[in-house]
Design a protein around this ligand. Structure first.
Ligand code: GLU
Length: 609
């Protein structure tokens, strides 16, 4: 997923664009480029690699100040070369644009235009759009762009400038997200809303099949026939410092440390007097809630694992028929979905295309849909309507951390609220869990104390050369293993498997040896003994053990010296206190191994294609 930044105004355009691109760097980064129009001329430079390299080129080339666009590319068509990097300029030098997405019929357009004598210079699908625009352009950008939108198929956020139109930036969006912002005298567009936060909190999310014109005076919006319409701004209650790394070595570490705060924020206004109340978010009635016979959680990656934890917790309330489904599978299986289904979609960005497609399917089959997302007014929010917005603020690290615990918090509240509406939540359970949740921020903070972190760092140092890890737990301690293993895979590139501790003997036990340590999640509860007897068996195969155990569990030291203690908590809420140690463990292993923690290879923050 690429990053786009556009600016029209009187400030230093290249500085604003480079800074904006850097804020997108966590998304994708095979190559980058920038184009500025000054005095009717397009000045462009591009490079393979990071924004810092682009910034160096920009400095050397002495750009005049004008209005401009920049892009970080995630190549889909054409190799990663400087020549294929965006922006792309038409052969007649009149049009320049950047593109996020894929143009499906690029080859057909290219063949057509080449037959008309137009020479193409790159291997990208994008070039077909810019050459076509120049071909149909007769001085009216809107007319040309509407023609383009009728000619191209695929998904795109296009940001376009015309060399003969001073201080005008155009965007066209279909199936690929882009946001637009304006202060009184300058306009912006970006792929990621957090890139605009230092200028404005009031932004427009472009809809599908929508065009925008951004100039110094304001923004105008049109449909693909060129008809203008009014569009409300959305207010983002994030601030610019939220998107800064501060003194932390990595965004991921900063975001791990933010979790006591983000969990507290998520609880705010949703619990009071030991009661859960989501009526400010959802206007569901008890009758409605009783009518839902099945609950489908649908998500991808970390969000999926948050739902697996939530389902385990909700099962303890006893009355739900719950499925936790991976979004990319949900749409292609014959799962019964209907008006008696409550389908809950969880996506950090709100733009994950697999989740969005699954939501569209559930909606079309009459299911009641709800979305849990960190981005208000994101595509899925707008399409689904009913939403719980996690107030975690912008998450920059590619590996999700604070949005995971915010999702967990929201999911537990939701599970309790649903059970309550259905008349199935025992009062003592409600009180016990709310007390557990409200004490959670302090417990999470205790997990972040220096001594704790140093202990985890030390353990990580001892095991950084391992070939792979097994994460094991039972019952409520199993879902956090899934997320812990995912974190390690994502940022340290080590193979990590999560297994229910009792299941290992049915196959994977064959893999155990001294190079494959086990991370054993053994909270002090009724399954402690059972889990430990599994672990004892695995130790015999030579696997070193790292235990995540409850504070004051002294017995555990008979099995291993590598112990990470977690505060005592309600059994249902163990996923919360397991999250931080496992995130930190993955973080320090990755650091030992010299991995690019905030920008792991092959990964993007939100998978939108
Ligand atoms: N499909 C275009 C390319 O490969 C754009 C990719 C992107 O979204 O960065 O150049």
């Amino acid at each position: 997923m690429c990053g786009i930044m556009g600016y029209v105004g009187d400030k230093n355009t290249t500085a604003i664009i480079l800074d904006g691109l850097a804020k997108h760097e966590h998304r994708t980064y095979d190559s980058a480029g920038i184009a500025v129009i000054a005095d009717g001329k397009i000045h462009e430079t591009r490079t393979i690699g990071r924004i810092s390299k682009l910034a160096k080129k920009v400095k050397e080339e002495h750009f005049s100040n004008g209005f401009g666009i920049g892009h970080t590319r995630c190549a889909t068509h054409g190799e990663v070369t400087e020549n294929n990097a965006h922006p792309h300029i038409s052969s007649d030098n009149k049009v320049v644009l950047v593109h996020n997405g894929i143009i499906d019929n690029a080859q057909e357009i290219r063949t057509d235009l080449e037959a008309k004598g137009i020479t193409f210079h790159t291997e990208t699908d994008t070039e077909s759009a810019v050459q076509y625009l120049a071909y149909v352009y007769e001085g009216d950008p809107k007319e040309a762009i509407t023609k383009l939108t009728k000619r191209i198929r695929g998904s795109y956020a296009l940001v376009i400038m015309f060399s003969d139109k001073k201080d005008e930036i155009w965007t066209a969006s279909k199936g690929s997200s882009i946001v637009v912002g304006h202060t009184n005298k300058e306009g912006f567009c970006a792929s990621d809303p957090s890139a605009l936060l230092e200028f404005t909190n009031d932004i427009w999310f472009m809809d599908d099949n929508e065009l925008a014109l951004i100039n110094k005076d304001g923004c105008k919006f049109f449909d693909f026939d060129g008809v203008e319409h009014f569009k409300e701004t959305m207010h983002l209650d994030w601030n610019a410092t939220m998107a800064n790394r501060g003194n932390y070595a990595h965004y991921m570490l900063k975001e791990i440390h933010e979790q006591p705060h983000t969990v507290a924020q998520t609880l705010l206004g949703r619990v009071a007097d030991n009661k859960v109340d989501l009526s400010n978010d959802l206007d569901w009635t008890p009758e409605q809630a009783k009518g839902w016979k099945r609950i489908h959680f649908v998500a991808c990656g970390t969000s999926h694992y948050a739902t697996v934890s939530a389902a385990h917790i909700m099962e303890t309330f006893g009355t739900f028929d719950i499925r936790t489904e991976i979004a990319s599978e949900y749409s292609y299986r014959n799962i019964p979905i209907g008006p008696d289904t409550l389908a809950i979609f969880v996506t950090q960005s709100g733009e994950t295309s697999d989740t969005l497609l699954a939501a569209r399917l559930a909606k079309s089959k009459g299911a009641k849909c709800l979305v849990i997302t960190n981005v208000r007014d994101s595509t899925i929010h707008r399409e689904v309507g009913d939403a719980l917005i996690t107030p975690a603020g912008p998450e920059i690290g590619v590996a999700a951390t604070k949005t995971y615990t915010a999702q967990l918090t929201m999911l537990v509240l939701l599970g309790m609220y649903l059970a309550k509406l259905r008349g199935n939540l025992k009062e003592e359970t409600e009180i016990r869990l709310i007390e557990g949740l409200t004490s959670m921020p302090a417990k999470l903070a205790s997990l972040l104390e220096q001594e704790q972190e140093e202990n985890i760092e030390k353990i990580a140092r001892n095991f950084a050369d391992a070939k792979g890890f097994f994460y094991m737990g039972r019952s409520l301690a199993y879902p956090p293993c899934l997320e812990g293993a995912l974190k390690l895979k994502e940022i340290s590139y080590l193979l990590a498997e999560a297994y229910p501790a009792g299941e290992m003997k049915h196959g994977p036990i064959a893999l155990l040896d001294k190079d494959h340590p086990i991370i054993a999640l053994v909270p002090k509860n009724i399954l402690w003994e059972k889990t430990m007897s599994n672990i004892e068996e695995y130790m015999e195969k030579g696997s070193p053990i790292i235990a995540v155990a409850t504070v004051e569990d002294e017995e555990i030291s008979r099995y291993t010296k590598n112990i990470i203690y977690t505060p005592e908590t309600e059994p249902e809420l163990f996923s919360f206190v397991a999250a931080i140690p496992l995130q930190l463990f993955a973080y320090y292993i990755a650091r030992q191994r010299g991995c690019d923690i905030d920008m792991p290879r092959n990964l993007v923050k939100a998978v939108t294609v």
